[in-house]
Write a protein that binds this ligand. Structure first.
Ligand code: L14
Length: 342
C-alpha cells in the first residue's frame, strides 16, 4: 500500500491555488484529504476536490495539525508568517512565494533541473519564480553540454501571474479602449490593455525590479552555479496567460544550433517547436493550459563567440507555479520525504 497524505492548499481560492487543486487531481497525487485554506474573507467559499465539496477554512496558526503537506500560494507575507507554524506541526511546506527562496536552509527546486536538492529540506521547499522556472528547464541541458557563461533575458509576462483581478482588469480595459472610453488602472500602475509595462514587482535601489533580481539569484541557486552571469528585463504585456522570454546565451564552448535542438528535443519537460519556414514557433496562446515548456527560434548570435538566441514560452500558472509545486510534492512522496526532519 502506498501512502496517502492530508494535503493543505493555502491560498486555495487564488489563481495558482485553483491550479494546484486541479493539478493534484489530474496527476492523481495520493490525497487522503484536501484542506482548503484562505484569508478570513474567502473562508466559507465552496470548492470542489475529487468530486466532493470542500469548504474553505481560514488560515490560522492551528491550521496544520494532522496535515502532512501544505502547498502555499498566498503571498510572501503569509508564507513568512505561517510556514513556520506548519513546520512546527510536522507539516512539510512547498512554498510558491518569494519569501523563502533565497534562504540558504531552503532548497529551491525545479524537478527537471535539481531534483536532488529536495533531499536536504528542513521542512520548507521553495518553488521558484515563474519566469525563472521556464528558463532553467531550457538552460540546464545546454549548460551541461557547453557551460553557459552569460544569459541576457527579456520577458513578456502575462497578467494571470498577478492573479484573477489582473486578468479581469485586462479584459475590462480592452473593449473600453476600443470604444475610446477612459480606463482607470487599479491593479497595475498604468493601462495594461494595448500597452507594455517594464515593471514587475517592486523597484530596487539599483534600478532593477525585484522580478529581474529574482531571475538572476534564483537561476544561480537552482543551477548550482554562481558563475553564470544573468541580466534581465521583465515586462508585463497584455497577454492573458503564458509567459514568453527572449533569451541570449553565451557559452564557454561551441554549441551548434543543430546540437542545441537535439539536446532540447530530448530534455524532460521541454518541447521543441521550431519550424520558422512554416511559421511555427512557441506562442502563449498555444502554451496556455499545457504542462511543457516550449522552445523555438533557436539561432546563432553572430555578435559574440559561442552565442545563441532562443525563445521560450510556458504556462506561468502551471509549470511556472502550480505544476512545478505538485512535481516537487511528487518527488517528496517518491523519496519518502513528506516529513519534517527533527
Ligand atoms: O512568484 O506576475 O515571485 O505579478 C511575483 C510577481 C509571481 C508573479 C513571484 C506577477 C512572482 C507575480
Amino acid at each position: 500500500m502506498s501512502k496517502e497524505y492530508r494535503v493543505a492548499v493555502a491560498g486555495a481560492t487564488g489563481a495558482v491555488g485553483r491550479a494546484m487543486r486541479s493539478i493534484l487531481e489530474e496527476r492523481r497525487f495520493p490525497v487522503k484529504e484536501l484542506i482548503a485554506l484562505a484569508t478570513a474573507k474567502s473562508a466559507g467559499t465552496r470548492l470542489e476536490y475529487g468530486g466532493e465539496e470542500v469548504i474553505c477554512r481560514e488560515l490560522t496558526p492551528d491550521s496544520f495539525k494532522g496535515v502532512d503537506l501544505a502547498l502555499f500560494s498566498a503571498g510572501g507575507g503569509t508564507s513568512l508568517k505561517f510556514a513556520p507554524f506548519a513546520r512546527e506541526a510536522g507539516c512539510v511546506v512547498v512554498d510558491n512565494s518569494s519569501a523563502w527562496r533565497m534562504d540558504p536552509d531552503v532548497p529551491l527546486v525545479v524537478p527537471e533541473v535539481n531534483p536532488d536538492d529536495v533531499d536536504w529540506h528542513k521542512g520548507i521547499i521553495a518553488n521558484p519564480n515563474c519566469s525563472t522556472i521556464q528558463m532553467v528547464v531550457v538552460l540546464k541541458p545546454l549548460h551541461d553540454e557547453a557551460r553557459i557563461k552569460r544569459v541576457v533575458v527579456s520577458t513578456y509576462q502575462a497578467v494571470s501571474g498577478t492573479g484573477h483581478k489582473a486578468v479581469a482588469e485586462l479584459l475590462e480595459q480592452t473593449p473600453k479602449v476600443l470604444a475610446g472610453e477612459p480606463v482607470q488602472p487599479v491593479v497595475y500602475p498604468h493601462q495594461i490593455a494595448f500597452n507594455c509595462l517594464p515593471h514587475i514587482d517592486v523597484f530596487l535601489e539599483d534600478g532593477y525590479t525585484k522580478e529581474e533580481r529574482k531571475m538572476v539569484d534564483e537561476t544561480q541557486k537552482i543551477m548550482g552555479d554562481s558563475s553564470i552571469a544573468v541580466t534581465a528585463t521583465c515586462v508585463r504585456v497584455p497577454v492573458q496567460n503564458g509567459h514568453s522570454e527572449a533569451v541570449n546565451l553565451q557559452f564557454a564552448h561551441p554549441l551548434s544550433v543543430e546540437r542545441a535542438r537535439e539536446l532540447l528535443a530530448a530534455a524532460p519537460g521541454v518541447k521543441l517547436v521550431d519550424d520558422p519556414a512554416n511559421k511555427v514557433y512557441p506562442m502563449p496562446i498555444d502554451a496556455s493550459g499545457r504542462d511543457d515548456t516550449y522552445v523555438g527560434r533557436i539561432r546563432v548570435d553572430p555578435t559574440a563567440e559561442n552565442a545563441l538566441n532562443l525563445w521560450v514560452v510556458a504556462d506561468n500558472l502551471r509549470k511556472g507555479a502550480a505544476l512545478n509545486a505538485v512535481q516537487i510534492a511528487e518527488l517528496l512522496a517518491e523519496r519518502d520525504l513528506v516529513r519534517v526532519p527533527r
